[in-house]
Design a protein around this ligand. Sequence first.
Ligand SMILES: C[S@@+](CC[C@H](N)C(=O)[O-])C[C@H]1O[C@@H](n2cnc3c(N)ncnc32)[C@H](O)[C@@H]1O
Length: 338
Amino acid sequence: MKKTHNKRTMRKDDSPKDELMLVQNSSKKLKNSSHKKKGKLEKKNKSNIQEFSDVEDAIQCRKVFLKDKLKSKSLYSGENFYILNTDFLHLDELHNEIDLIVTSPPYNLDIKYKSNDDKLMYSEYLEFTHAWLKKCFDLAKDDGRLCLNIPLDKNKNGMQSIYVDITSIAKEVGWQYFTSIVWNEGNISRRTAWGSWLSASAPFVIAPVEMIVVFYKKQWKKINKGISTIDRDEFINWTNGLWTFNGESKKRIGHPAPFPLELPNRCIKLFSYRGDVVMDPFLGSGTTAISALANDRVCIGVDIDTSYCDLAAVRLKKFGDELNDKKNQPEQLNFKIF
Ligand SMILES: C[S@@+](CC[C@H](N)C(=O)[O-])C[C@H]1O[C@@H](n2cnc3c(N)ncnc32)[C@H](O)[C@@H]1O
C-alpha cells in the first residue's frame, strides 16, 4: 500500500526553519524588506503550527469519544477502527459523528450473502434503501459526505434504473446531491445475453460501468480545517469523474462482492482529511477499513454477517502487520473478540 505524504498539504513539513534561512540568506540591500518578510513568515508559521496542533487535538478528542462509545459494542476494535457485527439499521450509538461514508450496499442481484436475502421485491429493496440512507444521514456531520457505489442499471430479474432510483431516495431523505463519478470497471463484462441477436425485436443494452454518487448532508465546504493527504497528480486525475480501474476478485478476497481498494482509497483521499471518521455500513470484507487505516483515518465498519466481520479483521490484521513490519514498530492494532 502506497502511503503518500504530501508536502504541500501536510503543513508540518513546511519547516519554519527553512523559510527563515531563506530570509537570512538574502542580501543586505534587501535587509529591510527581509525583516518585514521574516516577521510575516514567522507569523504565518506560528499560525500554521497552531492550526496543526489544533487539528491534532481535535483528532485525539474524537478518538477518545469514539473509543468510549464503540469499544464495548465492537466485535473487533483497535486504535483507529471498530468493526460492529450488527444490522446497520440497529446502530444507535452515534449521531452527527461521521465525516465520510464510503459504501457499496447489496444490489438485490440474488448474490448469495450469508446473512441477508439479496432477492427482495424491488419495492421492498427500495424501502430498505430508504431506511439505511436515512440512518446514514442521521449519523453524518453537517458537512459529512457520502460516496455511494451502486450500479447504473440492473438487468437481472427485470430491468431497473437502480442508480436513478437510489439517487432520488437519497435526496428524499435529505442528502444533497453533489456529483456522479463513472467507474469504468475494466475487467468486468456485464453482458449476460443479447436479447434478440441482430434484431431490433428486443435487443439488450447494458453499460459495463458502475457509479459512485457523491452527496453531502448540509454544506459541501468543510466546516473545520484539516490536513489533506492527496498529492497533485492524484487530485488532477481523480477530479475527472471518469475513473478506470479493475474490479476485485471474489475468489481472491473470499467475499461474494468486494470492491477494489482503489475505490475507497480515491474517495477517502479526495473527500476527507487525515484523522476523519470514515464509516462503511456494509463493510463486507473490510476494504474501506483497510483504506481508512492506510490513510490515517479512523474507520467504523458494520456488517450483519459475523464471518464477513471475521474476514475484515483478518485482512486488517494482515495489513497492520505489514505496516508494522515496514515501520519496525510494535503491534499497533489491538484485537478484542467477545
Ligand atoms: C456489496 S457487499 C460489501 C462489500 C465490501 N464493499 C467489500 O469490499 O468487501 C454488502 C455487504 O452488506 C452486508 N449487509 C447486508 N445487509 C446488511 C445490514 N442490514 N446491515 C449490515 N450489513 C449488511 C452483507 O453481509 C455484505 O457483506
